[in-house]
Design a protein around this ligand. Structure first.
Ligand code: UN1
Length: 517
């Protein structure tokens, strides 16, 4: 652990690391309570971090506002050039950062590295966008009139991220916020401050080398107090929040009540539907990855599997065999390249896993594989280990827990007869993030994509529910919060838009044929 920390210049002295940065002159500080970052695989305390108090957040927001006021007039391609340098610096440290993500979050090395890659990819996208963003020109009904949409920088963007993607989700937000001319203030999850501190240090080095204000990428580590300050403070123009539906509801109402804007990425309860004509080995691999990747702690994890009745028993036996080939032999230290399934992030996650399995059984679910907390040996004995679990559900109306998102490797499996029924099952939950359909039938695929199809924000045919690329918008419908981040038009949310009409005639022409003579 200490070699991973020192590779990224994180002190290992035992003194609390400062978790607030907003000003190169002030450096790293923080007057709030001390929080711990713990290795989920072993229970070892990695470091203590001094967090931001409400007063710290206020100071940071003032500094970020000042930084925004000069940044907004810098041409977007020049902003893109600074981001390109951050991209290069981050990419140089990708292996170390990936290890730190694995160490602190608990996801396996390939996924830890993968999410830093996702940050780098997003910066590539944003660097390109910095040379093309802008509004459309609209034809005017009046002669010698020119109508265009203008995208100006918005102000200060607050980004509250979750523990499960401690790097990439900030990357999506920061990259777009930065090139559109805003200052960004990041509050990472209380349990993953080290990834945030290491990433911010890299960004700060590039900002300093370019003589840019450090408050363009400020960091406020902390918990409820710092989060609440960002949510309620009018100085935050856009608040991007990733987390639970319960907290997201509270955040969105508080931000709306001050007429701020929020961008929400909340729960998912993603389904995979397998039709009889599907490439079944491919479907098996895709479902296994999406259900077990990040130990079932992605927003996009597959939580519900709907199998056509004609292939259900065959598919379930292959899936059970796949699970048994992974657990316990491929479960273990996330930093070991051979590991496929790491620990849950916290002790509380283990309790929620146990509770969900218990409830599923009480409601009539049958545990086919797993279902238990695992006692590991040696260093791993102090970690948060649970068995990858498959629950067979004969009656979806009885097993109500299936409609809740439990951040754990629990996969509920059920059979269906018709595609319409499977679509209805997909849509029967509050959340609407991602879904998968496995088929070779183009008609079935179009039915799922079309107007009477799946209500999910992300629809994948013959591909996993998780593991989206950054180029398309990422986000979900319904209680997932309707937010869209990363690709597509997501950048537009970070702008202050004006519709501008320019009259270059000497007449005052009125629209809609109105006269006022
Ligand atoms: C999340 O779980 O909050 O599609 C983000 C995926 C990743 C991002 C997940 N690219 O699984």
């Amino acid at each position: 652990a200490s070699s991973v920390l020192s590779s990224l210049d994180l002190p290992t002295s035992g003194q609390p690391i400062n978790g607030v940065f907003y000003d190169a002159a002030v450096g790293w500080t923080g007057s709030g309570e001390v929080q711990r970052s713990t290795n989920p695989a072993t229970g070892e305390v990695l470091a203590e971090v001094r967090t931001a108090s409400k007063e710290d957040v206020d100071k940071v927001l003032k500094a970020s506002r000042r930084a925004y006021e000069s940044w907004r007039t810098v041409p977007a391609p020049k902003r893109g050039e600074a981001l390109r340098q951050i991209r290069v610096a981050m990419n140089e440290r990708i292996e170390d950062l990936g290890k730190l993500v694995s160490l602190e979050m608990g996801k396996v090395l390939s996924e830890g590295r993968g999410e830093v890659q996702e940050f780098v990819d997003e910066m590539d996208l944003a660097v390109g966008l910095s040379r093309s963003i802008g509004g459309t020109v609209v034809p005017s009904e009046r002669g010698r009139h020119f109508i265009t949409e203008v995208a100006n920088p918005l102000g200060v963007v607050g980004v509250i991220t979750a523990f499960n993607f401690p790097s990439a989700v900030f990357g999506w937000n920061f990259s777009l916020s930065f090139i559109t001319g805003n200052a960004t203030v990041w509050k990472p999850a209380p349990t993953t401050p080290l990834t945030a501190i290491a990433s911010t240090k890299i960004i700060q080095e590039v900002l300093a080398a370019n003589k840019l204000d450090g408050a363009l990428a400020a960091l406020v580590c902390g918990g409820g107090e710092a989060g609440e300050a960002l949510v309620t403070d009018k100085q935050v123009d856009l608040l991007s929040f990733t987390g639970s539906e319960a907290r997201g509801r509270d955040v969105s109402m508080k931000v709306a009540s001050r007429f701020g804007q929020s961008l929400l990425e909340l729960g998912g309860n993603n389904a995979a539907i397998v039709l009889p004509d599907a490439n079944l080995p491919l479907a098996l691999r895709a479902v296994t990855f999406a259900a077990l990747g990040t130990s079932g702690q992605r927003c996009t994890s597959t939580r519900r599997l709907f199998l056509h009745s004609s292939i259900a028993s065959h598919f379930i036996s292959s899936l059970t065999a796949a699970y048994k080939s992974i657990s316990p032999s491929r479960m273990g230290d996330p930093l070991d390249g051979k590991t496929l399934v790491g620990p849950l992030h916290t002790r509380d996650s283990v309790k929620r896993f146990e509770q969900a399995v218990k409830t599923a059984k009480e409601q009539g679910g049958e545990v086919l594989v797993g279902g238990n907390v695992v006692e590991m040996q040696g260093d791993l004995a102090g970690g948060n280990w649970v068995e990858p679990t498959i629950v067979l559900v004969k009656d979806v109306n009885q097993v109500a827990i299936m409609k809740q998102e439990t951040f754990a490797p629990i996969l509920y499996v059920s059979a269906f007869e018709s595609l319409e029924e499977a679509i209805a099952l997909n849509n029967s939950v509050e959340q609407g993030l991602s879904m998968s359909l496995f088929t070779k039938d183009l008609g079935a695929a179009m039915q799922v994509i079309g107007p009477a199809g799946a209500d999910s924000g992300i629809i994948n045919v013959n591909s996993s529910t998780s593991g989206a690329e950054i180029g398309a918008p990422f986000g979900g419908n319904k209680s997932t919060g309707w937010g869209r981040e990363s690709g597509g038009d997501a950048w537009k949310r970070y702008c202050r838009w004006s519709s501008c009409t320019l009259n270059y005639s000497d007449e005052l022409g009125l629209a809609q044929g109105v006269t006022f003579d």
